[in-house]
Design a protein around this ligand. Sequence first.
Ligand SMILES: *Cc1c(COP(=O)(O)O)cnc(C)c1O
Length: 234
Amino acid sequence: MSTAENLQAVRERVTAAATRAGRNPQHVALMAVCKTVPVGLIREAYDAGQRLFGENRVQEFAEKWPDLRALPEAEFHMIGHLQSNKAGKAAELFTAIDSLDSLKLAEKLNAAAEKTSRCLAVLIEINFGDEQAKSGLPPDSPELQQILGAAARLRHLQIRGLMTIPPFTDDPEGARPYFRRLRQLREQIERQNPPNVSMQVLSMGMSHDFEVAIEEGSTCVRIGTAIFGERPKP
Ligand SMILES: *Cc1c(COP(=O)(O)O)cnc(C)c1O
């Protein structure tokens, strides 16, 4: 199947899952995750109407950027672990950072965005106890509260919601409790109502579990394999 056909099939599954859950399919954004994917295939997805993309490494994206910057309306979000020494470069290249996971990184991104008089959209990444994952904050971490508290002062960041990658389970149903917990955490933060923080976005669900994520309230699914095929093993 071509990238365009895969994309169409995924769009139909997103619509079907949203409809089954009694939700408006337009409230679920589809992000095409194009890490390791060559520029030619990214363009194919773009030509098939895709506008929202996710990359997980600054260096890889910097190499593709000369070929991609000419695509009008394309949005590229950073979704992988970001070291704070790469914050400047990331703030320059990406439309948004969906993997904010430390106060230090928030400070660096804010400073970088300030230099270019931008306002950078970010999501806070939550880690529900996957020991192997090197990114994300535990839902009960004091640092999460520190970031929310600092938001009023970090005027060049716009916190827009939460992101998570649940611990891997073969059965997509295994991810459901984590998706639910992310939604509950969002509600809890909404009740806290910290200044300069919005909780519009819940970025959750990947190729093997996005339908479950949509049932649990995802507003953005991040799909790589089901659109671009299997990636080479690292
Ligand atoms: C790679 C990746 C995805 C996409 O994973 P697939 O299983 O290929 O759909 C989604 N989110 C993040 C953060 C990723 O790194």
